[in-house]
Design a protein around this ligand. Structure first.
Ligand SMILES: Cc1cc2nc3c(=O)[nH]c(=O)nc-3n(C[C@H](O)[C@H](O)[C@H](O)COP(=O)(O)OP(=O)(O)OC[C@H]3O[C@@H](n4cnc5c(N)ncnc54)[C@H](O)[C@@H]3O)c2cc1C
Length: 472
């Protein structure tokens, strides 16, 4: 046995949250990270030019701000400061035509024409019920909910497809496109069951928490968590990639911020054959193809209101998004993939020097796609912001395989920790009595391949650590 009470492998937001959960109980925790820097998906680097600080992965944080665990921690004392862009989200429908998700429900409804009243009624109801929903949406589906009727009603709205929701709830292009763009975060065709859940969740959290960015970059989320863990006696070891579980110091609790497939590789014949089979069958979804730009001025959107948004969805109508997501899901190359654009430097002047700016963008593409989507992404932005190409000073590209090379959790470029097929979304990683336990005593899985899934909320790691503490 080592001098530590617990080991966490992987220092993404989930690994760091697991470490914080354990360290708060007085346990001495060792965190082993394969990369030379902490943070996993919450890192910020000068990818293009000196002084241009780009969020490598995660950029917008409704789920971190709203995380029932992270919001309990004194992260502001450890350097974390949230910045709320003027509007969480703009959705570009066509050149000069867009729709906004504002913090305020009434202000959003005012931009939705005939659908405004329906939108206002639905969102006000769910926003009021958020405190009853949060722990179930951001936790494992085990046990009887404290508010079964509310959870069942939200479940019925979420279990259906985005297409069903937009068809039955909304009449106009604007509301349909806005909802569909949020639902597309599921990386599913919009006709798939459960795709509506992402639409409701992201729009609702936009109203309840905003879609904030971290001052200085998403790295501040990781750095503040790491600083908090250090203040509780936690010890970090970076640059050590664990290939075999036997290389992890022996302690009563081990939490792994890795995918089920990676766990199967690490543990090998220590796992029963049935578990190994299920872990190896775990499926990964479509990928991200990411381009970071250093630019000499803000994006010249044809519709200037898009300049008020932290995030812009370059998606078109709900039908356009469904067509692109369906092709991508099938492994085909879409000529007009769904693109997400981040304009953090408009709201945080630490991101770029001398009035210049950073642009963060990624497209949904097939898993492990070898195709170069750089020009496709640039052209999609140019189409809505004529002159954008002339503002570019430098670019940096992450293909799906580049993402995986940097972080083995992004298998084939899948940034969600696993495909969102119905089985894997509800019973993540696969059906078993508890999603975080493994057949090896004291060893738990706490990455985004466990509930509640992708996003920088830390709740997977926190729940895994809570389960470990309960058993210990
Ligand atoms: C391009 C992109 C954009 C995104 N945008 C957003 C966004 O705007 N908002 C949001 O909430 N989420 C976003 N995400 C998703 C978010 O980053 C992830 O869901 C989140 O980081 C998952 O956290 P995690 O701790 O489970 O895993 P990760 O953050 O992936 O961290 C895992 C860590 O474990 C380490 N590791 C893995 N295997 C080993 C090993 N064997 N030994 C040692 N160390 C190991 C890795 O190096 C890594 O540091 C985005 C992701 C990407 C890639």
């Amino acid at each position: 046995m080592s001098d530590f009470d617990a080991v966490v492998v992987g220092a993404g937001p989930n690994g760091l949250s697991a470490a914080a959960t354990l360290a708060r109980t007085g346990r001495k925790v060792l965190i082993i990270e394969g990369s030379n820097t902490l943070g996993g998906g919450t890192r910020t680097e000068e990818l293009t030019r000196p002084g241009f600080r780009h969020d490598v992965c995660s950029a917008f944080h409704p789920l971190a701000k709203g995380s029932p665990f992270l919001s309990q921690l004194p992260l502001a004392e450890h350097g974390l400061e949230w910045i709320q862009p003027d509007a969480p989200l703009g959705h570009a429908i066509s050149r000069g035509r867009s729709v906004m998700l504002e913090r305020d429900i009434a202000a959003t409804a005012a931009g939705l024409g005939l659908d405004g009243a329906t939108y206002h009624r639905l969102m006000t109801r769910w926003a009021d019920l958020w405190p009853q929903l949060a722990e179930h949406i951001l936790g494992p589906l085990v046990g009887i909910p404290k508010h079964p009727l509310t959870v069942a009603r939200f479940g019925l709205n979420s279990i259906v497809s985005s297409s069903f929701t937009t068809k039955h709830r909304f009449d106009e292009v604007e509301a349909r496109a806005l909802f569909a763009g949020c639902a597309a975060h599921a990386f599913l065709p919009l006709t798939h069951p459960l795709s509506a859940s992402f639409g409701w969740l992201l729009m609702l959290t936009g109203h309840v928490f905003g879609w904030p960015i971290a001052r200085g970059g998403s790295q501040s989320i990781a750095d503040s968590l790491a600083s908090y863990v250090r203040s509780l006696g936690g010890v970090f070891e970076t640059g050590t990639m664990i290939g075999d579980l036997s290389d992890v110091p022996s302690t009563p609790i081990t939490i792994l911020d890795v995918t089920p497939t990676a766990f199967a590789e690490m543990a090998g014949d220590r796992l029963p054959s049935g578990y190994l089979r299920r872990a190896r069958r775990f499926r990964h979804g479509p990928a991200a193809y990411k381009v970071d730009y250093a630019v000499d001025r803000p994006i010249p959107w044809a519709d200037p209101q898009l300049g008020r948004a932290g995030t812009v969805h370059v998606g078109g109508t709900d039908a356009d998004i469904d067509r692109a997501e369906t092709r991508t899901y099938r492994g085909e190359v879409a000529s007009d993939p769904f693109v997400l654009v981040g304009q953090q430097s408009l709201f945080d002047d630490t991101r770029a020097p001398n009035g210049q700016h950073t642009v963060w963008a990624y497209a949904h593409v097939p898993n492990r796609s070898p195709v170069d989507f750089t020009d496709v992404i640039t052209n999609r932005i140019e189409e809505l912001a004529p002159g954008f190409s002339e503002t570019i000073l430098a670019t940096h590209v992450f293909s799906p395989t580049d993402l995986e090379r940097r972080n083995p959790n992004y298998v084939g470029g899948d940034i969600s920790g696993g495909a969102h097929s119905a089985g894997q979304l509800i019973f993540r990683p696969f059906p078993q009595a508890n999603p975080y336990t493994t057949p090896i005593e004291g060893v738990y899985l706490g990455s985004s391949s466990t509930p509640p899934g992708g996003g920088s909320h830390g709740m997977c790691g926190h729940h895994a650590a809570m389960k470990a503490l309960e058993r210990a």
